[in-house]
Design a protein around this ligand. Structure first.
Ligand SMILES: [Zn+2]
Length: 324
């Protein structure tokens, strides 16, 4: 008898991360394939299906699959409404396409929801009752887990922490609003902030980069510069940390959570932000609530959304079986 195995598929604008997860939630194998979004969702799932034998091996059988995707996702219909990173996939029926190509029970969710669920079940949110996860990357995602269940809301779009207004007169956000957290903490915003500071100030690494431009300027470049002691890069992360703490202070007052995790690629730089994040929390949130909360970097790293999607598939299938 082959062992039951769950696959999580995290679809981003550049790469698709695929994770094979056992019944216990343990990550067994992972693989990254290019998204090539211009070829459409069917092509993507054909390539995911091709990767399955490599991920499962001979002793494991696929039981269910979870898909996590950036953008507005309707989990009840398994449909992607719109995604800024996958513009041509508008209204794609991801659940139907995945089921057809993978041949198993499938769930579809927002990637930030998937990441939060992964962290809740087997990462930094283990053992908590009220857990919040903020995903820092190109965009800023978020999700809230209450007593083991994702907070969904009326239209399933709850938890958009990236579009929480932190300044009414702030910069324009991609969503149309002004002063959203994402308008300060999205990776483009961080890079823009660095460029703006470089117009009037000089620093050890970034000034050199601006003069030579031998490699692309990314959040990773910025993090490396900050790690090397670059003044401007450090100032960018310090200010980002302060904005993050301002957003967390509101979340702490609203939810009184056990823990808040910071996930996503930019979360690797959380140590550069932490002091200012904690300072903003101390200044702004109720003392009793802010003392109780644990703020930490996500433990599953960049696997969080793929592992979480697999766990959502596992638990959703189990729930449907138990309720008939
Ligand atoms: Zn916004």
């Amino acid at each position: 008898l082959k062992r039951r195995t769950f696959i999580g598929i995290d679809i981003g604008g550049t790469n698709i991360e695929i994770a094979a997860v056992g019944v216990s939630g343990r990550l067994l194998a992972r693989e990254s394939i290019p998204s090539n979004p211009e070829r459409g969702p069917k092509d993507a799932f054909v390539r995911v299906a091709e990767a399955l034998p490599r991920l499962l091996g001979k002793r494991r059988a696929l039981t269910a699959a979870g898909v996590g995707c950036a953008g507005l996702v309707d989990p009840t219909r398994g449909k992607l409404h719109a995604s800024p990173n996958l513009p041509s996939w508008r209204n794609a029926p991801l659940g139907r396409i995945a089921r057809r190509h993978l041949g198993v029970y499938t769930v579809v969710d927002n990637d930030a929801n998937a990441a939060a669920y992964g962290e809740y079940v087997c990462g930094s949110g283990r053992g908590t009752r009220t857990f919040i996860c903020i995903t820092l990357g190109t965009g800023v995602g978020g999700a809230v887990v209450l007593d083991g269940r994702l907070l969904r809301g009326r239209e399933n779009f709850a938890g958009e922490i990236g579009h929480m207004t932190i300044c009414e007169t702030g910069p324009r956000c991609k969503c149309g609003n002004r002063g959203c957290l994402e308008a300060y903490l999205g990776s483009d915003a961080l890079l823009d902030d660095a460029m703006k500071r470089l117009e009037t100030k000089r620093s050890r690494y970034l000034s050199k980069w601006v003069a030579s431009r031998t490699r692309p300027f990314t959040p990773k470049t910025l993090a490396e510069a900050a790690g090397g002691g670059d003044r401007i890069a450090r100032a960018v992360f310090a200010e980002a940390g302060s904005h993050l703490g301002t957003a967390m202070a509101s979340l702490i007052n609203i939810f009184n959570p056990d823990a808040i995790a910071v996930a996503g690629g930019v979360a690797n730089s959380f140590d550069l932000m932490r002091a200012d994040t904690e300072k903003a929390i101390r200044q702004r949130a109720f003392r009793e609530s802010s003392r109780a909360v644990k703020v930490a970097q996500a433990e599953l790293g960049t696997d969080a959304a793929a592992v979480g999607a697999a766990l959502l598939a596992r638990d959703s299938q189990e729930y449907e079986r138990s309720t008939g």
